[in-house]
Design a protein. Structure first.
Ligand code: S3P
Length: 425
């Protein structure tokens, strides 16, 4: 049980753990590269550990030295048939991206995971992977995990994503590495492009132009990869500091890829004082420090065009919206209903328990600002981002907020509670 009490301000200079999306991709892509390479700044969270376990099961040697990993690549065709189902735990990224790679293998495999992931939609990957020639079969004839995959003999497709999803885009691009002919993916709204950037860095034949990405059958050459801090983890601290007058917080070495910085755009629009400094580019990704000064925020509206660039940050935005002047409206965010929990319902239910006037929409939420947050017990629904968003609500609450089922923060942010208490004044 995590308990968080009211704070006056946040102060300090911190680093957050490595980017989850990039950590997964680094292990997967280096596993199928030629040669050996090091990953620095890897996120040792539960989700990424699931990815490591799955690839080890397929014969990939991965050495762990703290936050440094050494991956011994086996090349595109060097993976071994796993003897047992590949367990993705709670990780949608592991299941969806790895399925793209498995679709290219000429051995059968089964991917499974925890109760949450077995209820999440997998038709979004099963449909395009079947179009490319893979056999993918879900539980009870439904496209739900466990999925049985028999790959090999893939051919390229032109595919328009029906939902904005980096996981689906990535699964198709990874299968495209193995396919005969060109594979192209069209996205109506740009979702995170870490897969494209890393594939290019490792030498794949890949081109991105406007809303379309094209990839041709290519082999990958191992190269060392540096992982930035996860902006989705930094977001909890940054948003909290921005909304607590008197705060002064620096978060160093954060990933600032523009497909991920929607949270900064929205916070700026709400009147937050956040600056980016020390920008560098490493392995195709932008890194930098975030300097946050606390103040008063005002409500805003978030619409579908922005959602892919801040899809994981809506829980924390809903929390700080309750502290802003005026109303915040979030629409076009129906994808939140199929995340680790139904985040629209979960936010509505738990923020209501804390006394925040919030209304549930089919595709989002309306949050009334300047509401007093009461204390009390709330649940995370086993969802790491719900647990952390509710913990931040505790910083603004009249009485302590206790979050049950909060172990799940380890999925993406091991040490969250400890780090938060060191900067809370
Ligand atoms: C991710 C993509 C997003 C995001 C998830 C990580 C990724 O999911 O919510 O936390 O690493 O590609 P969708 O692709 O389902 O939008």
């Amino acid at each position: 049980m995590l308990e968080v009490r009211r704070a006056h301000k946040l102060e300090g200079r911190v680093c957050v753990p490595g980017d989850k999306s990039i950590s997964h991709r680094a292990v997967m892509l280096l596993a199928i590269s030629q040669g050996q390479a090091t990953i620095n700044g890897f996120l040792p969270g539960e989700d990424c550990l699931s990815t490591i376990r799955c690839f080890r099961q397929m014969g990939v040697e991965i050495e762990e030295r703290g936050s440094q990993l050494v991956v011994h690549g086996r090349g595109l065709y060097g993976l071994q048939e796993p003897r047992l189902p590949l367990d993705c735990g709670n990780s949608g990224t592991t299941m969806r991206l790895m399925s793209g790679i498995l679709a290219g293998q000429d051995f059968p495999s089964t991917v499974t995971g925890d109760q949450s992931i077995r209820a999440r939609p997998m038709d979004r990957i099963a449909i395009p992977l079947r179009k490319m020639g893979a056999h993918v079969e879900g539980r009870d004839g439904l496209d739900l995990a466990p999925l049985e995959i028999q790959g090999g003999n893939l051919h390229g497709i032109d595919y328009t994503l029906p939902v904005p999803s980096a996981q689906v885009k990535s699964a198709i691009l990874l299968a495209g590495l193995y396919a005969e002919g060109e594979t192209s993916v069209e996205e109506k709204l740009p979702a995170r492009n870490h897969t494209e950037l890393m594939l290019e860095f490792l030498g794949a034949q890949i081109q991105s132009e406007e809303s379309r990405v094209r990839i041709a059958h290519s082999s990958l050459e191992a190269r060392d990869i540096q992982i930035p801090g996860d902006i989705s983890s930094a977001a909890f601290l940054v948003a909290a500091a921005a909304a607590l007058p008197g705060s002064h917080l620096v978060v160093e070495n954060v990933g600032l890829n523009p497909t991920r910085t929607g949270i900064l755009d929205v916070l700026h629009r709400m009147g937050a004082r956040i600056e980016c400094e020390n920008l560098t580019n490493q392995n195709g990704e932008l890194f930098g420090d975030l300097i946050v000064r606390g103040g008063e925020l005002k409500g805003t509206s978030i619409t579908s065009d922005l959602v892919p660039r801040l899809v994981d940050e809506i829980p924390i935005l809903a929390v700080v919206a309750s502290r802003a002047h005026g109303v915040t409206t979030i629409t076009g965010a129906e994808e939140l209903r199929v995340k680790e929990s139904n985040r629209i319902r979960a936010l509505f239910t738990e923020l209501s328990k804390l006394g925040v006037p919030v209304h549930e929409l089919s595709d989002g939420l309306v949050v009334e600002g300047k509401s007093e947050i009461l204390g009390g017990e709330v649940t995370s629904y086993g969802d790491h981002r719900m647990a952390m968003a509710l913990a931040i609500a505790g910083l603004f609450a009249r009485e302590p907020v206790r979050i049950s089922d909060s172990q799940c923060v380890n999925v993406s942010f091991p040490g969250f509670g400890r780090l938060l208490s060191t900067i809370t004044k």
